[in-house]
Design a protein. Structure first.
Length: 365
């Protein structure tokens, strides 16, 4: 018996097969498409799942909705099928229920074994990372990628440096002028055409609360990972990044002290890594004032959008901002600035709509 199912869109494809009791899926997503465009040989890494079959299939299908998975996902219904496959193929990751784990499986050709637990503690296999199985597939996948980033070697040939890569900044010396609303609108506009990442570089950002987010990992974790000098940035990024409809984002740092501790060199390294080790083509930076090397980072932006009001107080702050840029020889930043003037007396509830409409009219891709 052989059944083949093809589902998905032009942007995202899933290929699922069921044959002889085994079920497998291949997610040909954005990242793999980008890799194929930039190199001739794609090294496919296999993520295997061994658990109760219905649970495993649902988990696999959820994984395959992930744009940047980077793995072929295969589901096995029993140990014998897994062993037969592992004799001929390298399994990069095995996600297995603790009840089915055994010393026999430890001898298979598997790079990283991660246990799935329903709450039970498996003392015999306490050396293995364990993930609670009854949570969202997104959280399970993020934990997998986080563990894998500590173990993995850089993927051979995964180099994205020849692609177009642009950085846009959103900053204003004037407060409460819709800066973050503009950053999100820009990310949405660019994200309809290109792979786009939004980074919130503010202290006390309201972004997580606006989205109803509750997450362990944020921008501080990716900076910490870079400081350790590890070469598996792509997998760590995949464990931290979150998704909106048209763009991705990383939750902002929780404290101003964390934000201030990051040097200009580290921000530059992050942008370089995003350029060479990911498939993002556009990065939107939502600037606050607590960043070390603010002007140097603004200097790396193709364009800096500056929302402002036309009252005398706001114009004075803008003049002072530009004067400091000139004094510190950042004329390039001044040249890259595009000012967005908000109507006088506009209410904050209307600012979001104004920024969305302005972006739609004025930003050409």
């Amino acid at each position: 018996m052989f059944l083949k199912i093809l589902k998905g869109s032009m942007q995202h494809k899933e290929f699922c097969t069921f044959s002889g009791g085994s079920y497998s899926s291949f997610a040909a997503a954005h990242m793999e498409e980008a890799v194929n465009q930039r190199r001739n040989i794609l090294e496919v890494k296999i993520l295997a799942i061994l658990d109760e079959l219905r649970y495993s299939i649902k988990l696999m299908e959820s994984f395959c909705e992930k744009k940047n998975l980077g793995f072929q996902v295969r589901v096995f219904s029993n140990v014998e099928e897994l062993e037969y496959f592992a004799k001929k193929n390298q399994l990069e990751i095995l996600l297995i229920t603790g009840r089915m784990m055994s010393e026999r499986i430890q001898q298979f050709n598997i790079g990283k074994i991660i246990l799935l637990s329903d709450g039970e503690i498996y003392e015999k296999y306490s050396d293995y990372e364990t993930i609670y199985k009854y949570q969202s597939a997104e959280k399970i996948l993020k934990e997998i990628l986080c563990y894998y980033a500590e173990y993995a070697k850089p993927a051979a040939g995964m180099f994205f440096g020849t692609k177009e890569f642009e950085v846009y900044g959103v900053y204003s010396p004037v407060g409460r002028c819709g800066k973050s609303a503009l950053a999100r609108a820009l990310a949405g506009k660019h994200g309809k055409k290109k792979r786009t990442l939004l980074l919130d570089l503010q202290s006390f950002s309201a972004y997580p609360e606006q989205l109803g987010e509750e997450e362990l990992w944020d921008l501080a974790d990716i900076i910490y990972f870079l400081r350790q000098g590890k070469k598996t940035f792509l997998y760590k990024l995949g464990s931290i990044v979150r998704n909106q409809e048209f763009y991705d984002y990383i939750l902002p740092m929780k404290t101003p002290a964390d934000l201030r501790s990051v040097t200009l060199a580290e921000w530059t390294e992050l942008l370089e890594k995003l350029s060479t080790d990911s498939d993002y083509q556009t990065v939107i930076l939502d600037f606050g004032n607590d960043i070390s090397g603010l002007f140097g980072l603004l200097n790396q932006c193709k364009k800096v959008y500056v929302p402002m009001f036309l009252d005398e107080y706001s114009k004075r702050k803008m003049r002072n901002f530009e004067a400091i840029l000139r004094d510190e020889n950042f004329e390039k930043v001044i040249e890259s600035i595009e000012k967005i003037v908000l109507p006088t007396g506009v209410q904050m509830i209307s600012v979001n709509r104004f920024m969305e409409e302005w972006t739609e009219r004025n930003v050409m891709l």
